[in-house]
Design a protein around this ligand. Structure first.
Ligand code: SF4
Ligand code: ZN
Length: 188
């Protein structure tokens, strides 16, 4: 797994959920726009194909759609994988496999999207639960402006505001969470 810390999805201020939303969701369109301008778009796409990602938006392509994964492969100019149909008898459409639920190292139970998936979706994306970070921001706000949090963490103020003000947000980038949780209220 490459480090996706430089990805536009880490600094966009959009909820990480946008990368997993329905195509019709306006946030999904915004997320896609970030992918298209992302400085590590190619690396992210390569990483997604290397790890057979089958969920979420990567490099602007929906990984839960076979046609989009194929479009990503073509965009990256990667060779077509050898067709298993040729060696394994007549072509047939791949059945949808439901894998048994597993427990991720973070403690979440999850249904793996591939046979070898060992980590839950948020962990793969480098995300942690938003709730403790939001609770901490609430405490900090009694002592300082969100802009100060932004200054002290080096995070864009849109990111800090996005975390603090969206109660429905479920996940936060792990690095952003660490930086915010490390701040203690200034005692005057
Ligand atoms: S290309 Fe990858 S790293 Fe960049 S914004 Fe999209 S999902 Fe994030
Ligand atoms: Zn996990």
């Amino acid at each position: 797994m490459i480090s996706l810390q430089l990805g536009a999805c880490r600094t966009s201020g959009l909820s990480p959920d946008a990368w997993f939303a329905k195509s019709s969701d306006p946030d999904f369109k915004r997320a896609q726009g970030h992918c298209l301008r992302c400085p590590i778009r190619r690396e992210c796409g390569d990483d997604a194909l290397d790890h057979e990602a089958q969920i979420g938006l990567r490099a602007g392509f929906r990984m839960d759609r076979k046609a989009q994964r194929e479009a990503l492969r073509v965009w990256l100019k990667r060779p077509a994988p050898a067709s298993p149909a040729r060696s394994a008898g007549p072509a047939r459409s791949a059945p949808t496999v439901q894998h048994a639920p597993r427990t991720c190292s973070c403690g979440r139970a999850f249904v793996p999207s591939t046979r070898n998936a060992e980590r839950c979706r948020p962990c793969v994306q480098g995300l942690v639960d938003a709730e403790p970070v939001q609770a901490h921001l609430k405490k900090l706000r009694a002592h300082m402006m969100l802009r100060t949090v932004s200054d002290r963490t080096g995070l864009p103020s849109s990111t800090v505001r996005g975390i603090a003000n969206r109660a429905s947000r479920r996940y936060v980038d792990a690095t952003a969470a660490e930086l915010i949780l490390a701040i203690t209220p200034e005692v005057p």
